[in-house]
Design a protein around this ligand. Structure first.
Ligand code: 3HC
Length: 693
């Protein structure tokens, strides 16, 4: 297939990149582009060249799926060399996104015009990489290192307007983009002079260097020893210290080493896993989502308010429903305070705040949900309450409205059964704080209509969430696995570990918080109430709650929080209490290494993940990983629990689980049949990806 189309406007060659869906720089495109530029340069009827693109993006970057495979010539730096050193001027016409290698193509051109909606960025850092086709050299040379470095360090794209202000593009064009590029290219050709970005070093001044070094010091302090940040700093520094050709060679070496790094491999896996979740088994493109133009949220508590904010942020009018006006007022005040905080921080303009607030209205009574296209119930987590609400909603909501419960563990089919429209009843499990957390578990009970699920998935995307469809079961995917970690953490305390040791092992692993600090933050009474409702016990956790140690809100939990401190301190009282529980159970306490702690916490989660896959609750291991990454802050560079298990080796996990099951006598720790099967076949979870999809 030809990925570059050639057309002429007078003496200008227009090369239009056409490599759907997003014009990633595959081997074929690289070859076609280099050839097309070469041909145009050789053609005496051509004075200048425009590189444009069709579809929704200019170029989304290197083809990430090719990373880790043997490189196929021409590699991108070679193509850019052809462009930059062409004997005729080359101008990029940028629409949509120009990311990574895509922006590097534009940087190698001699001029750049962009449409007003274009976004330009070097997001390689998010994949554990640095720009590897001259980005770390050309961008500093074009706009100065102190302006270029933050763009590469943050990885967030900038707008066309900002790019113009920085001198990254020459012109922002509302009308015919290609025509503007043609005009610029002909002008350069007529002048007979154009600049190569690689030769523009005027901005690399001593002042610029000092500003960059200060930023670099800051970045190094914040990111610890992340190899990509280190490499980025080194490479940008090379822009000052080495000549362009040498610096390019050094950049490529740093880039190539990073591509081989496990952290980048995990981040690339995450990139594709997050896109795979959109492929829901049994729901093809023929299933059309229902239009969602208005919403109602039942319950104006922290969760309900946060969910209402998600709708308002996406421009969807939403009614917040409660049983009393005072509760609505409280809820609205809480929402207003959160928006206000964003305004104070500068992340939201007052105008946008007003627009969003205007989209949220409060109402007493369920009848206010009559016109909503979707109703999300975020009321008290008790089946009786839910049944009453859904029973009433059935008589109120308009036909075809999606009726969703935000329950975090209750049975959706039981809720659906009180309505005469079970096909429209689903779970939409948001994570707290709902306006911040990216994860949305869309719970699909057996009776749900495919288009109801498609609607929730599409809506999730509109709300800026990563929506993962999961089957119905107690706790769904995330909380069901979390329960295993919570039980394992309690077991560790009884066996001899202390809360700060467990938390330290988990934060060293890469989580922002350990399980005990997290429980103290959320409130230990939540789990206590659930255990009581289920008739379950956890000796240490229960004893703490009986002593009123609910966590941060009571100033003490697993840790002490004097004077409202947010970081807990060790408490000898808790440690005595734990030792007492161990003694009562006749356990001789022993110490645990950080590695043992991690495996004892994570292996049971992986085991539960395997059961979840066996039962078809999650469609693929990647879906489970995406849930843990976006809902539970699993460190992205470790790829997620199932990816981690593959890296450890499933045979190792199985052996460790067997040992734990024997030691504790807990049969639930016996490896799941799927784990044993994979080990017997010498396979890993990753082998299941295609089978399920
Ligand atoms: N390589 C390979 N495939 C890519 C890709 C890339 N760079 N970018 C997107 N895709 C694929 C996706 O996997 C998806 O495939 P699917 O439909 O089969 O699942 C399809 O293109 C559409 O992607 P999205 O679903 O993400 O579509 P959106 O419209 O939501 O977003 C986007 C488009 C903003 C371009 C987003 O896909 C994106 O951010 N892509 C990655 C950009 C990036 O990181 N580029 C840098 C790559 S590294 C690099 O260039 C190194 C260089 O310096 C040498």
């Amino acid at each position: 297939m030809q990925t570059v189309r050639l057309a002429h406007r007078g003496r200008i060659a227009i090369l239009t990149i056409d490599n759907p869906p997003v014009n990633a720089l595959s081997a074929a495109l690289r070859a076609d582009l280099a050839r097309a530029v070469g041909d145009a340069v050789a053609n005496p009827a051509i004075d200048a060249i425009v590189i444009a693109a069709s579809g929704r993006a200019f170029i989304a970057g290197a083809d990430i799926s090719e990373f880790g495979k043997p490189p196929v010539a021409p590699i991108l730096p070679e193509v850019l060399d052809v462009i930059e050193n062409a004997a005729k001027p080359v101008v990029a016409a940028i629409h949509g996104v120009a990311l990574g290698g895509g922006l590097e193509v534009a940087l190698a051109c001699h001029g750049r015009v962009a449409s007003p909606g274009a976004k330009l960025g070097l997001p390689e850092i998010k994949l554990g990489l640095i720009p590897g086709a001259g980005g770390t050299q050309r961008l500093p040379r074009l706009i100065g290192a102190a302006k270029a470095f933050p763009i590469m360090l943050g990885g967030e794209p900038i707008s066309a307007g900002k790019a113009l202000e920085l001198g990254l593009v020459d012109e922002v064009v509302s009308g015919d983009l290609v025509e503007a590029a043609v005009t610029l290219a002909s002008g350069l050709a007529a002048k007979g002079a154009w600049e190569r970005t690689g030769e523009r070093a005027v901005r690399l001044t001593q002042v610029d260097r000092e500003a960059f070094e200060a930023q670099a010091m800051n970045a190094a302090a914040k990111s610890g020893d992340l190899p990509n940040v280190k490499a980025l700093i080194a490479s940008v520094r090379n822009a000052f210290d080495l000549d362009f050709a040498q610096a390019l060679v050094a950049e490529r070496a740093l880039f190539t080493a990073l591509v081989a790094d496990d952290r980048s491999k995990a981040l690339r896996y995450v990139f594709f896993a997050e896109r795979d979740v959109a492929r829901v088994p049994g729901i093809g493109p023929e299933v059309k989502p229902r239009p969602i133009e208005s919403a109602a949220v039942i319950g104006a508590g922290t969760m309900g308010g946060g969910i209402a904010m998600c709708f308002a942020n996406a421009g969807i009018p939403v009614t917040l429903i409660e049983t009393e006006q005072a509760q609505i007022d409280n809820g609205m005040n809480r929402v207003a305070a959160i928006y206000e905080m964003s305004v104070t921080r500068g992340s939201l303009t007052p105008e946008l705040r007003d627009r969003r607030m205007a989209l949220i209205s409060g109402a007493v009574g369920l009848t206010a949900a009559a016109n909503a296209d979707i109703v999300v119930e975020a009321a008290f987590e008790e089946m009786g309450v839910k049944l009453q609400i859904f029973g009433a909603l059935d008589g109120i909501a308009k036909p075809g409205a999606i009726l969703a419960s935000n329950t975090s563990y209750l049975d959706i089919p039981t809720i659906a059964a009180v309505t005469k429209r079970p096909q429209d009843v689903i779970g939409m499990h948001f994570f707290s704080p709902a306006n911040v957390m990216k994860l949305l578990e869309v719970v699909r009970p057996a009776g749900a209509a495919p288009d109801a699920i498609a609607t929730a998935v599409t809506l999730g995307r509109t709300l800026g969430k990563v929506a993962v469809v999961v089957g119905n079961c107690f706790g769904f995917v995330g909380n069901r696995m979390l329960a295993q970690r919570t039980r394992a953490a309690e077991r560790l305390l009884i066996a001899g570990a202390l809360p700060h040791e467990v938390d330290a092992a988990v934060t060293d692993f890469g989580f922002k918080m350990g399980p005990f600090a997290m429980s103290d933050l959320a409130g230990n009474d939540i789990g206590w109430r659930t255990r009581k409702a289920l008739g379950r016990k956890a000796a240490v956790a229960d004893a703490l709650c009986e002593a009123g140690r609910f966590g941060q809100k009571t100033g003490k939990g697993y840790f002490l929080y004097p004077e409202g401190a947010r970081t807990g301190q060790r408490d000898p009282e808790v440690e005595t209490l734990i030792a007492h529980v161990s003694a009562q159970k006749g356990v001789t306490r022993r110490s645990f290494t950080a590695e043992e702690i991690v495996s004892r916490l994570m292996d049971p989660m992986v085991n539960e993940g395997a059961r979840i896959l066996e039962e078809g609750i999650a469609a693929r291991p990647g879906d489970i990983d995406v849930i843990w990454l976006n809902g539970y802050s699993w460190p992205a560079w470790r790829g997620g629990p199932m990816y981690w298990a593959d890296a450890v080796g499933l045979d190792v996990i199985v052996r460790r689980l067997e040992a734990q099951a024997t030691e504790t006598g807990d049969v639930s720790l016996q490896p799941a049949p799927l784990l044993r099967k994979l080990v017997a076949e010498g396979k890993s979870f990753s082998s299941l990806k295609d089978a399920a999809a």
